[in-house]
Design a protein around this ligand. Structure first.
Ligand SMILES: NC(=O)c1ccc[n+]([C@@H]2O[C@H](COP(=O)([O-])OP(=O)(O)OC[C@H]3O[C@@H](n4cnc5c(N)ncnc54)[C@H](O)[C@@H]3O)[C@@H](O)[C@H]2O)c1
Ligand SMILES: O=C(O)C[C@H](O)C(=O)O
Length: 313
């Protein structure tokens, strides 16, 4: 009998633990949860398995400190690494997290040569760069999660502003997952109606600013770490799009090689996700201002990746 496809989650902390829970609740995958801390992935996996009879799923969830159980994974969600604290930027996590992601990717690809790597660890775009470099995988199989989350924040803010259901709001946030991200109000709609017809320019500008600072807002409130409910939901949404071959266009961090006029840089762009991973970058028509903002964001990502390259030499 064919088993269920295996999804590995590396890092059993806030994002990884919650992502594993969401995946278990799908009742479609086998889930392997990996962490370096002894007992934590095992304990969380056992806890999730025990929730199954109540929640109505029979997912096999394995927690481990090693990689043997990850063999043959279809997708690996990489959340291992440190999170920022109030007053820090994501970029300050670079040196520590690059080393962690480098070692994790080596372990994963040794046992799952066909795996699709879905990066979550920050600074996100630079971690996709590390994973690409270490794995030497085709760019379609190394993808970063950020745009779904940033767009979800914008959607939630607009839904609150207009008192409409969040799922009715469509938004698209491109660019790097940092201060230079590029929310696109022109591609933001409520049941097909342009948001600029519904919200004043001042209020919309405030929503764009709050979206850009959405991660820091939560870090400031939590104090001990960063957001994880929306991030884990966003990562699992991407896993579903890939595993169910949905061909859905989702903002994702991928290597651009000419798309949007951007050469050799990892950046958030609309991507068709399917069983092949990042199957196609979809080019939206951008105004000169939007294009300039995307280029500025690409410049910031390039600088960060150059720092990683120096660290990894
Ligand atoms: N891309 C995004 O939009 C986004 C959103 C939220 C969080 N993040 C990032 O995700 C990362 C994780 O966040 P979190 O809130 O889950 O942090 P967390 O501290 O709760 O969990 C991180 C886990 O990684 C584990 N870990 C560390 N080194 C490891 C290794 N070598 N192998 C396996 N596991 C290891 C830790 O033991 C810990 O359990 C952070 O870098 C954070 O900034 C990114
Ligand atoms: O803000 C952070 O550090 C975590 C994550 O990137 C987020 O946007 O929530």
């Amino acid at each position: 009998m064919m088993g269920r496809p295996k999804i590995t989650v590396v890092g059993a902390g806030n994002v990884g633990g919650t992502a594993a829970q969401r995946l278990a609740e799908r009742d479609q995958y086998d889930v392997v949860l990996v962490d370096i801390v002894e007992g934590v992935p095992q304990g969380k996996a056992l806890d999730m398995a025990q929730a199954g009879p109540v929640c109505g799923y029979s997912t096999r969830v394995v927690g481990t400190n090693g990689y043997e159980e990850t063999a043959g994974s279809s997708v690996a969600v990489i959340t291992s690494g440190i999170a920022r604290k109030p007053g820090m930027s994501r970029d300050e996590l670079l040196a520590t997290n690059a080393k962690i992601v480098q070692s994790v990717v080596k372990e994963l690809i040794a046992r799952s040569p066909e795996v699709i790597l879905l990066l979550v660890t920050n600074p996100l775009d630079a971690m996709v760069h590390v994973a690409l470099k270490v794995s030497k995988f085709p760019k379609s199989r190394v993808i970063g999660m950020a745009g779904v989350l940033d767009s979800a924040r914008m959607r939630a803010f607009i839904a609150h502003e207009l008192n409409v259901p969040g799922p009715d709001v469509e938004a698209m946030v491109l660019g790097g997952h940092g201060d230079t991200m590029v929310p696109l109000p022109r591609y933001t709609t409520v049941k097909g109606k342009p948001v600029s017809d519904l919200i004043s320019k001042d209020r919309l500008d405030a929503i764009v600013k709050r979206t850009r600072e959405g991660g820091a807002e939560i870090v400031g409130l939590l104090k001990t770490g960063s957001a994880f409910y929306a991030p884990s939901a966003s990562a699992v949404d991407m896993v579903d799009a890939i595993m169910q071959d949905q061909k859905r266009v989702v903002p994702s961090a991928v290597l651009c090689e000419g798309e949007y006029g951007l050469k050799n840089v990892i950046i958030g762009v609309p991507v068709k996700l399917g069983r092949g991973g990042a199957e196609q970058v979809i080019e939206y028509e951008l105004t000169a201002g939007e294009r300039a903002a995307l280029e500025a964001s690409a410049t910031a990502v390039r600088e960060l990746c150059a720092n990683v390259d120096r660290l990894m030499m």
